[in-house]
Design a protein around this ligand. Structure first.
Ligand SMILES: Cc1ncc(COP(=O)(O)O)c(C=O)c1O
Length: 377
């Protein structure tokens, strides 16, 4: 055994920013709870792609799917598939639309996650991007005039990566001729239902009662804090078979989704994380993170450190700073001081994701650091 090399692996990671001290402020990652880490270890060599061999994983997956379905208020005819996260869910959604519904085109807005365009490229599905205004809002007409017939589809984001907005399909549902819709709720799926249950369930009720074929992807490894990789996509029963692939050498004879061998702990640790916090605990964390988001934006505006461009609907804060300082310089200076925020593309500034490890005291320190950078530049 090369002990030096193993030691080096630990040593080299010392330079990474730490979640716990508030250094990681833009990434949608957060430390999982201790119970989930034990589960990772327990399942480390088991393959979720072979749930007949590792029978416990089949049972665990069933429980996770039904608990998530219940939390989101989805109907029983929507089948859940565990994925490696939002990117895989977006690819699967468009693939299932193409295979079972003959979809050839996807319409999305410019604040959709880049993986939607990646999926359309990989699947050879033509894409049309609708421009949103500075606050990330689309004009309903801009979408409906791009949707013509049954070979078109639409992606709506619940919790946009850039601005934390929620794209509401109710504004256009009547004009869409029931084309299939994928709801990318990778971040919003386990935050928005607690922050604004009325709007969340209103959107879902409208989608369900419209008779539209819709899919929804939600990530466990984002705000919930389950170990990476872990997500889920729900698809209607009728299009579910398109995501099943024959495999002759495993006993189930088929596999679902993109990956073959995949981490067994994905489902088990997500379930353990849900059990650890409980829905009440998760709800409290989401509401607190959201309060901190609004506080941060208000405080920054009040102190002249930037301009909020919208009122986010999930815990993501985008601060426009380009009138005060060149963005790359601000990012660089903050990083030098140990604050790793992300680039805010649409807001022309910086973006902070209020993951559960981000405390108000971290945000106070970040505001102070922005103030210092602005004064010294
Ligand atoms: C809305 C949205 N969709 C999809 C993704 C992709 O998720 P992942 O990186 O887990 O594949 C992200 C990631 O930030 C996201 O914010």
């Amino acid at each position: 055994m090369d002990k030096d090399l193993i030691d080096w692996i630990y040593t080299v990671s010392q330079a990474d920013p730490k979640h716990e001290n508030g250094g990681v402020l833009g990434s949608m990652t957060t430390p999982p709870p201790p119970e989930a880490l034990k589960i990772v270890n327990h399942f480390i060599s088991k393959n979720l792609g072979d749930p007949h061999l590792f029978k416990s994983l089949e049972l665990i997956t069933e429980k996770l799917v039904s608990l998530t379905r219940e939390t989101l208020g989805l109907p029983p005819n929507m089948k859940g598939i565990i994925t490696s996260g939002g990117t895989e869910s977006n690819i699967l959604a468009l693939y299932s639309f193409r295979e079972s519904l003959g979809v050839k085109k996807v319409v999305l807005t410019d604040v959709a996650h880049y993986s939607v365009l990646k999926a359309s490229k990989m699947l050879n599905i033509y894409s049309e991007v609708v421009q949103t205004d500075f606050s990330g809002k689309f004009r309903p007409d801009d979408i409906s005039k791009k949707i013509h017939g049954p070979s078109d589809s639409l992606v709506m984001t619940m919790g946009t990566t850039q601005l934390g907005g929620v794209e509401d399909p109710r504004e256009i549902l009547d004009d869409l001729n029931r084309v299939p819709i994928h709801v990318d709720a990778a971040f919003g799926g386990l935050t928005f239902p607690f922050i604004n249950p009325e709007k969340f369930h209103g959107i879902l009720r409208a989608l369900i009662s419209s008779g539209t074929n819709f899919t929804i992807g939600v990530d466990f490894h984002k705000f919930l804090g389950a170990p990476i990789p872990s997500g889920i996509i729900f698809v209607p029963e009728e299009i579910y078979p398109s995501l099943s692939f024959d495999v002759n050498y495993i006993s189930s004879g088929k596999q679902f989704g993109l990956l073959g061998t995949r981490p067994g702990f994905s489902a088990a640790a997500a379930l353990a994380t849900l059990a650890y916090y409980g829905l009440d605990g998760l709800s409290k964390r989401a509401k607190l993170a959201y309060e901190n988001t609004l506080w941060f934006l208000e405080e920054a505006k009040h102190r002249g450190l930037g301009f909020p461009v919208n009122r986010p609907e999930v815990p993501i804060a985008c601060l426009s700073t380009d009138e005060l300082i060149e963005r790359e310089k601000l990012l660089e200076e903050l990083a030098k001081r140990g604050f790793f925020v992300y680039r805010g593309e649409k807001c022309r500034g910086i973006r902070v994701v209020m993951m559960p490890h981000v405390r108000k005291s971290h945000l106070q320190r970040l505001l102070k650091a922005i103030e210092e950078v602005l004064i010294s530049s």
